[in-house]
Design a protein around this ligand. Structure first.
Ligand code: IPE
Ligand code: IPE
Ligand code: MG
Length: 266
């Protein structure tokens, strides 16, 4: 028998429908999502893993529209990591075809919804057809000024930080920048979220689906003070209600940024 001297607290993860968000309270301006669990969704249905990715693409469409209607300003979606090349060729090829299908079918709606597409990652290593689809979607939505739909595609945060450091070092070497001038803003400008206005670069809320509770090389600099929300829902099952539950949970958090609560300061 295992004796427990300290009763273990049940970990509380609010799931769908348990919380509703308050439209009068602030909605996170930048939400980032680690879209995980496509493979398991497919496996549960005895389908090939890629069927999960296809279904996950439908979730992206639904969540983009939902986030836009809620007034979210930036939605960053982790679609393919620099580590995902380790997967079998068939799966990687399927994942590289997905943006082509996604944008072919969804750009007209994105235009209607005033959504602006952006991609961050090492795009130059993507196959030509994927790069073309991405470029087209960016061009076609460039004049939209609503939600920024920011796909992290062939993205990895350690690589991103290394690229930023090399960029800064080069500026110093070329006498365009003094070492003393390197601050958080300079670093932020060199990261892949540098295209966003400074107050929107860091996600306020990061959601990871599928029950995994790790960051998997996502936005390591930017999420220094992000609120993290983990849900067991697999990405193809994630819906607007799940999103609202995550927002409701966010609204209950007490964000101190290392300081004190308002009442405690008195
Ligand atoms: C997330 O789903 C999509 C990508 C990482 C491309 P997974 O494919 O990781 O699904 P699981 O984690 O195997 O269930
Ligand atoms: C993270 O999911 C990457 C994306 C969602 C694109 P993974 O499924 O690749 O992460 P690990 O391997 O479980 O950490
Ligand atoms: Mg996974």
């Amino acid at each position: 028998m295992v004796l427990r001297f300290f009763p273990q607290k049940e970990k509380y993860t609010p799931e769908k429908s348990q919380l509703t968000f308050d439209p009068k309270q602030a909605i996170p301006k930048h939400i980032a999502i680690i879209m995980d669990g496509n493979g398991r969704w497919a496996k549960n249905r005895r389908l090939p893993r890629v069927a999960g990715h296809k279904e996950g693409m439908e979730t992206v469409k639904k969540i983009t529209k939902h986030a836009n209607r809620l007034g979210v300003k930036v939605l960053t979606l982790y679609a393919f990591s620099t580590e995902n090349w380790k997967r079998p060729d068939d799966e990687v090829n399927f994942l590289m075809q997905l943006p082509v299908d996604f944008f072919d079918t969804f750009v007209p709606e994105l235009i209607e919804e005033n959504v602006q597409v952006h991609v961050m990652g090492y795009e130059q290593y993507l196959p030509a057809h994927t790069q073309d689809a991405v470029k087209r979607a960016i061009e076609q939505t460039a004049t939209n000024d609503g939600l920024v739909l920011n796909f992290a595609l062939n993205y990895g945060s350690r690589a991103e930080i290394l690229t930023a450091v090399k960029g800064i070092a080069t500026e110093v070497q070329n006498n365009h920048l003094a070492v003393e001038e390197i601050d958080e803003t300079v670093m932020g400008n060199h990261l892949m979220t540098g295209f966003l206005p400074e107050d929107l670069r860091d996600p306020e809320l990061v959601i990871r689906t599928s029950g995994e509770e790790r960051i998997s090389n996502f936005l390591l600099w930017q999420l220094a003070y992000s609120e993290l929300f983990f849900t067991k829902a697999l990405w193809p099952d994630f819906d607007g209600e799940h999103l609202e539950t995550a927002i409701a949970d966010f609204q209950k958090r007490n964000r101190r940024f290392g300081g004190l609560d308002k009442e405690e300061k008195k």
